[in-house]
Design a protein around this ligand. Sequence first.
Ligand SMILES: Cc1cc2nc3c(=O)[nH]c(=O)nc-3n(C[C@H](O)[C@H](O)[C@H](O)COP(=O)(O)OP(=O)(O)OC[C@H]3O[C@@H](n4cnc5c(N)ncnc54)[C@H](O)[C@@H]3O)c2cc1C
Length: 465
Amino acid sequence: MSAAAKPTVWWVRRDFRLADNPALGAAAADGAPVLPLFVLDPVLLASAGEARRAWLFAALHQLDADLREGGGPGLSVAQGRPAEVLSRVAREAEADTVHIAADFGPYGRRRDDAVREALAEADVELTATGSPYAVAPGSLMNKSGTPFQVFTPFHRAWQERGVHGPAPAVDPAKVTWLQATDRHELEEADPDLLERAGERAAHEAWETWRHQDSEGLTDYHRLHDFPGPDATSHLSVALRWGHLHPRTLLADLSAHTGAGAAALARQLAWRDFFADVLLHRPDAVTQPIRSEFTGLPSDEPRDNPEAAARLQAWQQGRTGYPLVDAGMRQLRAEGWMHNRVRMVVASFLIKDLHLGWWEGAAWFMRHLRDGDIAQNQLNWQWVAGCGTDASPYFRIFNPLTQSSKFDADGTYIRRYVPELADVPLKHLHEPWSAPGGPPAGYPGPIVDHATERKESLDRYELIKR
Ligand SMILES: Cc1cc2nc3c(=O)[nH]c(=O)nc-3n(C[C@H](O)[C@H](O)[C@H](O)COP(=O)(O)OP(=O)(O)OC[C@H]3O[C@@H](n4cnc5c(N)ncnc54)[C@H](O)[C@@H]3O)c2cc1C
């Protein structure tokens, strides 16, 4: 350690990893002793559903174990308002700097401003190095110097800019680790999640998927839209929690020349795009980006029992539309849903049930392990037609066509809707068409798609410019 190296705090937020971690590298620079800290923020805990909380606790245990393996006392966990906790911990550790990866979400930015201000009073600096994105939000502007509104030119600029290689590795065995005096006892984690959360499991899953002979990276461009083979990377949870950084993935992808690798890199650019959009439009958490959509009438489940019943049927996977129900049940069972099905269920909620996109977005945030405010709200707005570069409102998904096209052999539906196990394929996508109607225990369709499609287009006429 150099004489000047004062202790630092590495404040972990959504970067649960030791590799490719510039903020950790900055914290440990010059041999500074590092206190790794996670703050259980009551505001975030209150808004996280069970699925995200469970993953969080598993991730905390894993990071703690990884730090102990490096010879340190493990992760310090504290509970309370971040500004208060950070000030106390930095003072006790006699740290001069708190290191973070930048957060670009509206709540994260407000929280970090408050922490920065509180730390400044004690002469402690809050230093941001890196971000959870390949290209940090705010880095790219279009030719007229304004934020990108459309993905394709953003993607072009993103590709032209290029992405840094992974950050130099920090050898945990060479760091002097510190711990906080007052450590919060971690609640136990679900053993199944413990196996899957964390950096090591994420790397293993990524390596397996990208090298497998079929239904992996080489087939991604062909199969990613089909939920039956389940051939997407499932990286979203690891990315959400920072078990892997997109920089690492892009560096690995550069070793692959096929169309699968290019298609996956493009999806990672979508992730950066939505984070960039939210930075410039923080109101998009609750407000439509296209302001005319504030005038689009939607039904209000709080004062309309019939709308409340429709919302509940959607949430429980009991709409009578098999692909929609399969998706909603996958969400509850696994805390995850295939992207094509996310689009179908979202469209169904908005355009067949006439409920506000924010109702669906809130349900997703409660149940998704990868729940992320930028990706979630802006994908919902994309489906609703009110977001940046969104799918046009009048292009209304037909849930039956989607079902027979993307789950043609019914593998996905049968996986999640056991009541339909014995329904012959020719009736599987519309079980009400079977002689005798849908099987016992499975509902008939709660709405008629053709009627509701027309209703949606009529409502759209009210705001069309
Ligand atoms: C209504 C709706 C809500 C969504 N909510 C979230 C959310 O809360 N959190 C989240 O991470 N993703 C969200 N997505 C995007 C997408 O569905 C998931 O990222 C994807 O299904 C995750 O599976 P995967 O990792 O196997 O994806 P892959 O197809 O393997 O893609 C690799 C990675 O690219 C990124 N990516 C892929 N598709 C998208 C997309 N449409 N938008 C932005 N990034 C993308 C993700 O980081 C993903 O992990 C949502 C999509 C919709 C339509």
